[in-house]
Design a protein around this ligand. Sequence first.
Ligand code: QAP
Ligand code: CO
Length: 168
Amino acid sequence: MAVLTILRYPDPRLHQLAKPVEKFDERLRTLVSDMAETMYAAPGVGLAATQVDVHERLIVIDVSDTKDKLQVFVNPEILGASDDAKVYEEGCLSVPGFYEEVERPDRVRVRACDEHGKAFEVDADGLLAVCLQHEIDHLNGRVFVQYLSRLKQSRIRSKLLKSEREVA
Ligand code: QAP
Ligand code: CO
């Protein structure tokens, strides 16, 4: 088990398109457990492989209060989304300290595989629906700040670049 390094916006690697997972092997299961450990350590509710610089279609999510309900989505696909949308205040482990309102479909139906290659489908609403859409965006190279105005994006970008310089 290992806590992995999380890429920070505006790292260009956050905009890479992730490739489908082809082999459901021990390497994949080690990555799943390292990503789960990384998410719980943060702490966060969701993490996409892209955020740990692995450009494969894999997400871990735990939206439970007790933090004991890990959900693994390999090669997730959005099959359908509700017409009605909802605004949610989102954050991101790759954009630490920033929370902004984003509007997305209220409910989504997602098909994925677990870490053993077994296919399943979920009808998600509430936080799980937001989280699935946010994390699938990461796999497609999209960070939630890209839904904000150019002005907000550039403010967030320069504040994070400045805090990186201060740490160095
Ligand atoms: C994505 O985000 C998400 O800024 C997961 O300083 C967020 O786990 C989906 C976090 C909101 C739905 C709603 C953020 C931790 C965690 C921070 C996260 C921070 C520390 C974000
Ligand atoms: Co994120």
